[in-house]
Ligand binder design. Structure first.
Ligand code: DGL
Length: 276
């Protein structure tokens, strides 16, 4: 019989906590296990091969921790590793478990919110260079126009809790001014990195009025509800108890301090040593 367990949530670092927050609000009765690969974050500037290897390792960790379903709450990992893991690794690893990402749900949601089909995407260098957003958007909405802007400094600022510093303001303004300068007609901005909602107060200051900003957390939670309705065999395998467990590849004490700050609740993580 297929095993039961919590929903696994993975990110390179703290960004996935923005998704976890939405997931626990939408599914308070479900159990969750979060793994942040903080020792190796950020992933944004890393090669395809490296992001794939680290992400596969994280999926194996979460499967071993009992999660039948893993959400890659990381755009960089979703862009660079999800397809390969789903198609090449999952059948050998555990054919009844599932791994989902955050890009497809965000793109699906665009149809409901974009007024004119002019989409801006901010993300890591890895996500932007992968062209995952333009490719997915072209499949679902061929008439939409997409402009991307890589923001390589945002994740390091967030990982270091520099949410309202002068440095954060400088880089957020620089990248958003560049994007809206190139595409002033943009009507919808995807925060294509799960870290970015932590900079939302700053981002809102530099996004022109009337532009819809997509924070992926609520979107992913909404799509997960739909997924579980369509896949009752998976829903039945997800344990309910409202338990939250945290793991980090970094020193848990460092993780606890930042994660508690970002999540607004006490976090007590355990250490998962790196393998590869
Ligand atoms: N939060 C991640 C994302 O959504 C990863 C950022 C990084 O590690 O560079 O892309």
């Amino acid at each position: 019989m297929p095993s039961s367990g919590p929903i696994g949530v993975f990110d390179s670092g703290y960004g996935g906590l923005t998704v976890l927050r939405s997931l626990t609000a939408a599914f308070p009765e479900y159990d969750f296990v979060y793994y942040g690969d903080n020792a190796r974050a950020p992933y944004g500037g890393r090669s395809f091969e490296v992001v794939y290897r680290y992400t596969l390792e994280a999926v194996k960790h979460l499967f071993e921790l009992g999660a039948p379903l893993v959400i890659l709450a990381c755009n960089t990992a979703s862009a660079k590793a999800l397809r390969t893991i789903q198609q090449r690794d999952l059948p050998g690893l555990n054919p009844v478990n599932r791994v989902l990402g955050v890009i497809r749900p965000s793109v699906e949601y665009l149809g409901q919110v974009s007024r004119g089909g002019h989409i801006g995407v901010v993300g890591t260098v890895g996500t932007v260079l992968s062209e995952s957003y333009p490719l997915e958007i072209a499949k679902l909405y061929p008439s939409f126009k997409v402009v991307q802007e890589a923001c390589p400094m945002w994740v390091p600022l967030i990982e270091n809790q520099e949410l309202a510093s002068e440095g954060a303001e400088f880089f957020v303004q620089q990248n958003l001014t560049a994007l809206f300068g190139r595409a002033p007609e943009t009507d919808t901005l995807i925060l294509g990195c799960t870290h970015y909602p932590l900079l939302l107060p700053l981002i809102e200051r530099f996004v022109p009025a009337g532009v819809e900003i997509i924070d992926q957390g609520p979107v992913v939670a909404d799509r997960l509800r739909d997924y579980l309705l369509r896949h009752p065999e998976m829903d039945e395998r997800l344990t309910r108890g409202g338990q939250l467990a945290f793991y980090s590849s970094e020193d848990p004490l460092r993780f606890n301090a930042s994660a508690s700050f970002f999540l607004g609740r006490e976090v007590l993580a355990r250490h998962l040593p790196l393998r590869g």
